[in-house]
Design a protein around this ligand. Structure first.
Ligand code: THU
Ligand code: ZN
Length: 163
């Protein structure tokens, strides 16, 4: 039956996820989340965005508690722009986190704008449903949600044979 194939998140799923987000935010702690937010906001100042004039900063909290930052870096050809969230993750990888923490090292990621679809996919590669934190224009935490809310039914390494 075609009707049986229809899917949206259930009210129960959404409620359970909201509870999980609240618990995880509590375990990480407000102080650490505010440090993460400040790191993302400060990273914005290191932007290279002469074409869009839209600086973006991001910061990853890894599973060992270390923070890694990134900011957007544009190119005159436009489509080669590196996004802040992508850079924060790639900078973390460059410090060797895969060897010490494994592929799913992103516990939380904060950014000064909502992550685009491509960044959501990159976050998915290196996490198991992390907190996603969006800051307001003053650098304060505006929204705390999670990747599964941003990217339900994601394609991920588990969809590839042998992964
Ligand atoms: N941008 C990011 O850095 N992250 C996102 O996910 C959204 C967009 C950047 C790319 C570009 O340099 C500028 O914001 C305007 O799109
Ligand atoms: Zn992006």
């Amino acid at each position: 039956m075609i009707q049986d194939a229809i899917w949206t998140p259930s009210d129960n799923d959404l409620h359970a996820e909201k509870t999980r987000i609240a618990t995880e935010a509590g375990v990480i702690g407000q102080e650490k989340l505010e440090v993460l937010a400040r790191a993302a906001f400060a990273a914005k100042d290191r932007t290279y965005s002469p074409y869009s004039h839209f600086p973006v900063g991001a910061a990853v909290l890894d599973t060992k508690g270390t923070i890694h930052t990134g900011q957007n870096i544009e190119v005159a050809t436009y489509s080669e722009a590196a996004h802040a969230e992508e850079q924060a993750i790639k900078n973390a990888v460059s410090t060797g986190v895969i060897a010490s923490q494994g592929r799913m090292f992103v516990r939380a990621i904060a950014a000064t704008a909502a992550p685009c679809g491509r960044c959501r996919q990159i976050i998915a590669e290196f996490s198991d449903n992390p907190l996603v934190i969006i800051l307001d224009t003053n650098g304060n935490i505006q929204t705390i949600t999670s990747l599964v809310i941003f990217l339900p039914l994601a394609f991920s390494p588990k969809d590839l044979p042998g992964q």
